[in-house]
Design a binder for this molecule. Structure first.
Ligand code: HSE
Length: 436
């Protein structure tokens, strides 16, 4: 089957990340999509600029219209951002019969109603997963995974820059301006960073979430919006003393009187999972009447996390163009004829760290025997605690954390330790994963 040809508008943070992911994972992506996907053209304002991606094999231009008007291009990726000239570019691409994938939240929040109407007229797809919460597939989760629910409310940390600033202020006492400059350097912040700190970016994203949650037209102008610029370290500290964290939330709630759409700094009890979402990470909590609360967490900005969502949309479009309608998404995510025969490891070949608890006689040399056995099997100890014996007991509990090792080695070491005359009973073993 002929490869699908993609043209990329914009080679900045998201565009560069998308080129990298599409190229690096090309073979695996083709197995999922059912067809090869190639980037034939890309546009950038300044072609001499240093890029994060390798553009070899891609025809570059400074004029996006070269791509939008190229009859060979099947899908246009709009990764320029902003809602000005880009709107016309997207409408022209649609008029030319191109499918469009965009990461542009302001474009969708402000002009989505018009764009979707034109796309329906033309019978093309406009996909925008990357517009909300970067790499978290929240649009798909609400639109597809939760589609049996009546969504009651959702609340999200949906601006990574703002969350990064609040986290650094709280944890390190850093200055607002200093943290913002770092977020800009890391490519998290908007071209105009007031969009981040004044809550406009979060309001764009909330507008989109509310529409897909409640089935209402996009209405950015109705969102109550407050930023984080008035939050001081003193507020952060007092909130902590009261058992709360301050987070910048976008909240959409369905009430009998109507829908609340609001973006503002919010105190949340510190024991809530979402209160512990720090740095540039995003999280969205969605309450459905059937499922109850569900939480989605991940990187909300950055080159490759955002590219992850863009590429997923591209694959969706390619599947729609390629597969028979009944099997648009393959049952096992990869095309049936592209499943691979990769061996599954037996438990002996698992690699993990361990918590070990054993009971041993309180005699000189016992601990040395245990640690010698671990050393013989090349198992490093991360931490060790020796407890006092419980009343009436002679054996002492020894608790150890080990570094990552092969399960086979740990099985052998445990068998030898249990065979020591000074060790009583079985060793309790719990696997430990840092999930870092
Ligand atoms: N400026 C945005 C943020 C980028 O910080 O979350 C991702 O939309």
């Amino acid at each position: 089957m002929k490869p699908i040809k993609v043209g990329v508008l914009g080679l900045g943070t998201v565009g560069g990340g998308t080129v990298n992911v599409l190229k690096r994972n090309a073979a695996e992506i083709a197995r999922r999509a059912g067809r090869e996907i190639i980037i034939t053209r890309a546009s950038a304002k300044d072609l001499t600029k240093q890029r994060i991606c390798d553009t070899q094999g891609i025809i570059l231009t400074t004029d996006p219209l070269d791509i939008i008007n190229d009859p060979e291009i099947d899908i246009v990726l709009e990764l320029i951002g902003g809602a000005g000239a880009v709107k016309d570019m997207v409408l022209t691409a649609i008029a030319n019969g191109k499918h469009v994938v965009t990461a542009n939240k302001s474009l969708i929040a402000l002009h989505g109603n018009e764009i979707f109407a034109k796309a329906s007229e033309q019978g093309v797809i406009v996909a925008f997963e990357a517009a909300v919460a970067g790499g978290i597939p929240i649009i798909k989760a609400i639109r597809e995974g939760l589609s049996g629910n009546r969504i009651q409310w959702l609340a999200g940390i949906i601006n990574g820059t703002g969350n990064f600033i609040l986290t650094e202020m709280r944890d390190k006492g850093r200055d607002f301006a200093d943290v913002l400059a770092e977020a800009q350097a890391l490519g998290y912040a908007e071209a105009d960073p007031t969009f981040d700190v004044e809550g406009i970016d979060a309001a764009h994203k909330l507008t989109i979430l509310a529409s897909i949650a409640f089935g209402i037209p996009l209405q950015f102008d109705k969102v109550y919006t407050e930023g984080i610029t008035q939050i001081t370290r003193t507020d952060v500290e007092y909130a902590e003393q009261l058992g709360y964290r301050i987070k910048h939330l976008g909240i959409a709630r369905q009430t009998p009187e109507g829908i609340e759409l609001r973006v503002h700094p919010t105190l949340i009890p510190e024991r809530r999972l979402i209160a512990n979402v720090d740095g540039v990470k995003n999280a969205v909590l969605v309450e459905g009447d059937a499922v109850g609360p569900t939480l989605y967490y991940g990187a909300g900005a950055g080159a490759e996390p955002t590219a992850s969502a863009v590429v997923a949309d591209v694959i969706d479009v390619v599947r729609a163009l390629t597969s028979d309608p009944e099997n648009r998404v393959p049952h096992l995510a990869f095309q049936a004829d592209a499943l691979a025969d990769i061996p599954l490891l037996s438990s002996e070949r698992f690699k993990t760290a361990y918590y070990l608890r054993l009971n041993a006689e309180d005699k000189p040399g016992v601990l040395a025997d245990v640690t010698r056995i671990l050393a013989v099997h090349n198992i490093s100890i991360e931490a060790i605690i020796q407890k006092e014996p419980s009343q009436g007991e002679t054996a002492i509990p020894i608790i150890m954390l080990t570094q990552v090792t092969l399960e086979q080695k740990m099985n052998a070491a445990i068998a030898e330790i249990e065979a020591l005359p000074t060790v009583t009973g079985k060793i309790s073993r719990i696997r430990l994963e840092t999930l870092g």
